[in-house]
Design a protein around this ligand. Structure first.
Ligand SMILES: *Cc1c(COP(=O)(O)O)cnc(C)c1O
Length: 475
């Protein structure tokens, strides 16, 4: 597709400033305000409208098709969420407005915190972190402050080998040494390895449950017990709450800290960098360390409580990504407790249905009933076809690729998360496309290796694109 600059034609304009009646040679704009040429494209209004309309159709999003991106929970965002987020009282308030004039907003924050506590079994939540990764950092800062307060020096954080890259990154950024714990042959935490590494030096074990293999840890109570026995805390990366919300509460499994990705489990359109929300919940003994302020009530009034001497302080400007919080609140209230539970059940059902359609033909990394996602691999692909080839070929069929090459413990991983919002028809279509590509890999492998052919751009050099990005047009 041509850039708008390449459509430029000298002298063509979109809008002409009217001449004044008194002095037809002059425009309304005073001479000193007229800027020298900015070198913008010279195009008409219709050129602009067509250009950007066409551009908007080059994108792929959850609103255009199936988006089985594992771990990311690309579920449909109900339009009711957008209605409420756009209500004047929410959209037009300023975060510096006096609290007397934003009581409704504070009430929403207060109520959302209570609901998240109920879903996770935690004592308190901070809604401030802007995303899961920031939630992780916040959670670890809380752990650090806690151990400082009780006078213990614990320099290590354990992360599992199936963890999201943000886990070891957050630990490192927070000044801990990240130590890896292995998974066993069923995809659970390897208890022997955990026992050998859990010590009084360990501040936190970070664990995703269900993990990024889409498997619920069968020994979760034993895992948290081992860490607690040494005085450590257990952190739940709650990115996969979409499988268990309403079914089980992480605090009851022994987790002390959790972040939720509201933009995953509780809808909100995301991708391309946000916005998101990564609230952090903690058990009672850690509540004093949460970021400030928290919303409290006195009588029928809501207020921000800044008087929290042990708090780690603020982690974000103002009070979080408010629009995302409104969407999550709407989503939860619209579904109710029963609906949230059903969504989790259907997410797991959809994933298992898809898995059962694919596992005869694709290599399944861990052969268990899965939760809301599962991980295939390219182990049995014929003719040197790889996971990357499959992902690119899917684009030709108009499907967004699954997450690939993650988790790292499965070589050539293909991580599929259908979510509960997809119909059986959509799942069947996807399964058919996957199987067709496998046929192509057998019979006409070049077609798969040279994919995509039907997309606006072909196969990109991803490394070059990341290292030498060209972000602006130059004449
Ligand atoms: C998405 C995700 C994260 C990071 O969350 P962001 O909101 O993208 O920052 C961390 N862990 C897991 C397992 C995830 O899926």
């Amino acid at each position: 597709m041509k850039l708008i600059f390449e459509k430029s034609s000298p002298g063509r304009i979109g809008f002409a400033v009217p001449k004044t009646r008194l002095s037809p040679k002059k425009t309304f704009v005073p001479r000193e305000s007229i800027r020298p040429s900015l070198g913008l494209a010279e195009v008409s209004e219709v050129d602009v409208v067509r250009h950007y309309t066409k551009l908007s159709t080059q994108n792929y999003g959850i609103d255009s098709g199936f988006y089985p991106l594992g771990s990311c929970t690309m579920k449909h965002n109900p339009r009711m969420n957008e209605e409420t987020a756009a209500m004047d009282g929410f959209a037009q308030t300023h975060p510096l407005q006096p609290v007397e004039l934003s009581q409704g907003n504070l009430e929403l924050l207060f109520a959302l915190e209570k609901i998240l506590c109920e879903i996770c079994g935690m004592k308190r939540f901070s809604l401030q972190p802007a995303a899961g990764a920031q939630g992780e950092l916040t959670g670890l800062m809380i752990a650090k402050a806690y151990f400082k307060k009780i006078g213990q020096h614990r320099p290590k954080v354990l992360v599992t080998d199936s963890s999201h890259g943000t886990n070891p990154a957050s630990a490192t950024v927070c000044g801990f040494e990240a130590v890896e714990v292995k998974s066993d042959s069923r995809g659970n935490v390897d208890l022997e390895d955990l026992k050998s590494k859990a010590s009084e030096e360990v501040a936190v074990l970070m664990l995703t449950n269900p993990n990024t293999l889409g498997l619920f840890d069968e020994n979760i109570l034993e895992v948290t017990r081992i860490v607690h026995e040494k005085g450590g805390l257990v952190y739940c990366d709650g990115a996969n709450m979409n499988a268990i919300a309403g079914k089980t509460r992480p605090a009851e499994a022994g987790f002390d800290i959790i972040h939720l990705n509201l933009h995953k489990t509780f809808s909100t359109p995301h991708g391309g960098g946000g916005p998101g929300a990564g609230p952090v919940g903690v058990v009672e003994k850690l509540a004093p360390f949460l970021p400030l302020p928290l919303v409290e009530t006195k009588g029928d009034k809501f207020f921000f409580d800044f008087d929290r001497p042990d708090s780690i302080g603020k982690v974000k400007g103002f009070y979080g990504n408010f629009g995302v919080l409104v969407r999550a609140y709407t989503y939860i209230r619209a579904h109710g407790a029963e609906g949230i539970r059903k969504n989790s059940e259907n997410a797991v059902l959809n994933a298992n249905y898809l898995l059962s359609r694919l596992k005869k033909d694709f290599h399944l990394a861990y052969d268990r009933i899965c939760m809301h996602e599962f991980v295939l691999s390219d182990k049995n692909f014929p003719n040197g076809v790889t996971t990357l080839d499959l992902a690119k070929r899917l684009l030709d069929y108009g499907v967004h690729a699954p997450t690939i090459y993650f988790p790292l413990i499965v070589p050539g991983a293909i991580m599929v998360e259908p979510t509960e919002t997809e119909s059986k028809q959509t799942l069947d279509e996807f399964a058919q496309v996957m199987l067709r590509i496998l046929e192509e890999a057998k019979n006409t492998p070049e077609v798969v290796k040279n994919a995509p052919q039907n997309t606006p751009v072909g196969r990109l050099d991803a490394v070059k694109a990341a290292r030498e990005p060209i972000l602006r047009w130059k004449p």
